[in-house]
Design a binder for this molecule. Structure first.
Ligand SMILES: [Zn+2]
Length: 290
């Protein structure tokens, strides 16, 4: 299994255009940046799937040589997109894929609904390319091209702000667990982890790699650094400080924090307590082979 981390920042990216917090200011000064959350995964190195479609997708695709079209064609190795939520930073890039000759999108029922009504990217895309939508159901594995198997697992009911009027549902946010047909490799992607649940426990058991929510280092980070009132638990993100104790009790996988908010000091350096837990911080462009 091959995994390319295309983007490792939360919505807004790093630096965020309107943010002058300590981290965004340092990133501007040092010429560092992180693009918004997006992953590419392949079982055989030929057929690739995206997890989430960020607003930075065009640049991310151009930076990944394995996703380039074959010379003389418009046939790319991209076989589809899996969505972990309906958030704008995970879905705006679907519109960037409108030139595709066809597109397969996997999303849970409430996410599919949101993307056909509150934010009608589904109907918009249909005018440009044939998009084939599939409902991802937690607990029901799906066979993908290239010997890749994926199973969604529920991570919470937090809706995007634009979908505030839509009904409650336990599958607004999911993670994905990837395995290989006839292989041992297993990777878990959970960029929106509101709480460490039994479903998360089952997903990480036996995994080689776990990419997990590193949006905020601490629960009060956003309020502390931007003067706002929003705290990470209410935003559907378990802070790194609060997920670290869970890693200690579940040794085995390589843990990498991703989906870093621009206020998060982990975007700049890995603190000793993270390294001591055997974990690390993801970076844009990282290629991992399992
Ligand atoms: Zn900032």
């Amino acid at each position: 299994m091959k995994i390319r981390l295309l983007g490792t920042a939360a919505g807004g990216g790093l630096p965020q255009w309107n943010c002058g917090c300590t981290e965004c200011t340092a990133a501007r000064r040092e010429g560092r940046s992180r693009s918004q959350d997006c992953l590419a995964v392949s079982g055989d190195g030929r057929a690739w799937y995206l997890v989430n479609a960020s607003p930075d997708l065009r640049t991310q695709l151009l930076a990944a040589p394995e996703l380039a079209p074959a010379p003389g064609t418009r046939d790319t190795p991209l076989r589809g997109v899996l969505l972990t939520s309906a958030e704008l930073d995970h879905t705006l890039g679907l519109l960037t894929l409108r030139e595709a000759s066809g597109l397969t999108v996997h999303a849970t029922a409430p996410v599919r609904h949101a993307l056909h009504h509150a934010f009608p990217v589904g109907p918009l895309l249909a005018a440009y390319t044939g998009a084939d939508w599939h409902t991802a159901t937690p607990g029901k594995p799906v066979e993908l091209d290239g010997g890749l198997r994926v199973e969604a697992f529920a991570l919470g009911g937090k809706r995007p702000r634009y979908a505030a009027d839509l009904p409650d549902h336990a599958h607004w946010v999911t993670g994905y667990r990837f395995t290989e047909d006839g292989g041992e490799a297993c990777a878990v992607y959970a960029p929106g982890l509101a709480d460490w649940t039994p479903a998360m426990d089952r997903a990480v058991a036996g995994a080689d790699l776990v990419l997990l929510d590193g949006t905020f280092a601490t629960a009060g980070e956003l309020a502390d650094r931007t003067g706002g009132a929003r705290r990470s638990p209410g935003m559907g993100h378990l802070a790194v400080r609060d997920s670290l104790p869970h890693l200690a009790g579940r040794p085995g996988p390589r843990y990498l924090y991703t989906h870093l908010n621009n206020t998060n000091p982990l975007a700049r350096r890995t603190p000793p307590e993270v390294a001591a837990a055997g974990a690390g911080v993801a970076r844009d462009g990282l290629l991992i082979e399992l």
